[in-house]
Design a protein around this ligand. Structure first.
Ligand SMILES: *Cc1c(COP(=O)(O)O)cnc(C)c1O
Length: 461
């Protein structure tokens, strides 16, 4: 008789004492997903009130469950149609997302593999692949091979984690918190998430005046740093959300480093432009930044949610974000642990869809897809410039086109935007620029047809 622990009497394969046999449910969901990935016919905007949704969906969470078929049917008939299609080629509002089908399909694979990708010991293979995708980005940044980072949920958390690292680094180098607290420098054009990060970090924002076109410049930064010794970081935008403007990165980095100030570049939207030769020169100077983010769910054709967060010196991030506790004592801290590089612990391998899509299509096709959006934006901008009823407010630097319709009041823009959305023609929402209401088109989808957009702009007469 062996004295080893005996396994329990083997169970019949179909016996799952709690959940029952879920294989039909898996097939149902996988089948729906496979059909959705290739479908191309979503309405443009379809939000409905919770009351309307409740009336159509009926009760779904019940003591005994309604069953997979009924639940999926509610999702298919009622819930999913009440979400906005982000990949519709005429969704040009905010910044949409146009993932490749390869990336979306691999999001399913990533979920199915159920990988804990916080620690190398649990997610080595997935983290290796994510790092390959990140290395493609650091290569474009011109950063050393020792640089690196991890994927986080979005630009907001990427910016916060980067600035937390910058603040902790300043604290260590300058010997503690200044009496009046830390300050963060940026322009009014910096993304709203920078102010959220400042709030979370309890640091004050010093606003740097912009040049006439809305850029952060080295000259203006110097004037601020000369009178503000407690600035720990400056945030430069590589593609502002409102207008797609890229700050003067080379001058900003040179001045900041002269003052020992960390340079964080927010490229959540525009960072994809690094891969496009026609605009690459705008990013000159980015090779000296200390941290950088880009959202692959914006213009790098990955599904939600995905932000690449990168550090020139990952050790500084590790010193900031490593969590320590008795139950974490056994972590191998010599390995590449994404958990130690941002404000998170558990994480899915959300960089895998990007990795798979890059591996499938190749980086040349990424370059071409980004250039395609840039071309589309230039064609539309040229048509606006040539038109007699619209005015191009500023020359686009990347793929955001801002224009107005002389003679219109804010209410006119609202009406047109709303009607165009309801008809399902196009999503284009007004924004404000220098206090005036303008219209804004953000091109991130290589399938957007410039001619169709120009045709729709005729309705602004
Ligand atoms: C979208 C955006 C963010 C925020 O990113 P999320 O992924 O939405 O959190 C930050 N900065 C810029 C410039 C952006 O365009």
């Amino acid at each position: 008789m062996s004295n080893q622990i005996q396994p329990p009497e083997s169970q019949p394969a179909e016996s799952h004492p709690i959940w029952g046999d879920e294989s039909a449910t898996v097939e149902l969901a996988a089948d729906w997903a496979a059909r959705r990935v290739v479908r191309h016919t979503d309405p443009l905007t379809t939000a409905r009130s919770a009351t309307a949704l409740a009336a159509d969906a009926g009760p779904t969470i019940t003591a005994s469950g309604i069953g997979a078929e009924a639940a999926l049917s509610v999702f298919d008939r009622v819930l999913e149609p009440a979400t906005r299609s982000q990949e519709d080629p005429l969704n040009l509002a905010y910044i949409a997302a146009a993932p490749t089908r390869a990336a979306v399909a691999f999001d399913l694979v990533t979920s199915a593999a159920n990988i804990f990708a916080g620690l190398w010991e649990a997610g080595a293979g997935a983290i290796y692949a994510e790092n390959e995708a990140l290395a493609w980005i650091t290569g474009m940044l011109g950063w050393p091979e020792s640089s690196g980072g991890c994927f986080v949920a979005g630009g907001t958390s990427g910016n916060l984690s980067a600035l937390m690292t910058a603040r902790e680094t300043a604290k260590a180098r300058r010997g503690g918190r200044p009496a009046g607290g830390w300050q963060l420098a940026c322009t009014a054009n910096a993304h709203s998430s920078i102010r959220s990060a400042a709030k979370a970090l309890d640091v004050d924002v010093v606003e740097v005046p912009m040049d006439a076109r809305g850029h952060l410049t080295g000259v203006a930064l110097r004037a601020v740093l000369e009178r503000s010794p407690d600035v720990f970081a400056v945030v430069a935008s590589a593609g502002t959300t409102n207008e797609g403007i890229v700050d003067d990165l080379a001058d900003v980095a040179a001045v900041a480093h002269e003052f020992g100030v960390w340079v964080h570049v927010d490229g959540a939207y525009g960072g994809a432009g690094l891969a496009a030769p026609s605009v690459r020169a705008l990013f000159d100077g980015i090779e000296s930044a200390d941290s950088f983010i880009v959202d692959p769910h914006k213009w790098l054709f990955a599904p939600y949610d995905c932000c690449a967060l990168l550090y020139r010196e990952p050790a500084l991030a590790r010193a900031t974000h490593s969590q320590h506790a008795s139950y974490l004592d056994h972590i191998d801290r010599e390995s590449w642990n994404p958990s130690e590089l941002a404000l998170h612990l558990s994480r899915r391998a959300r960089g895998l869809p990007l990795w798979f899509s890059l591996a499938t299509h190749g980086t040349d096709r990424y370059r071409d897809a980004i250039e395609r959006s840039l071309d589309t934006s230039r064609t539309v901008a040229a048509a606006i410039r040539a038109s007699d009823h619209l005015r191009l407010v500023r020359e686009p630097e990347l793929s955001v086109v801002v224009f107005d319709r002389p003679g219109w009041q804010p209410a006119d823009y609202e009406l047109w935007s709303h009607a165009t959305a309801l008809e399902g023609t196009m999503l284009c929402v007004p924004t404000t620029l220098d206090g005036a209401t303008v219209l804004r088109l953000a091109f991130v989808n290589p399938e957007t047809d410039a001619a169709r957009v120009i045709e729709i702009l005729e309705t602004l007469r």
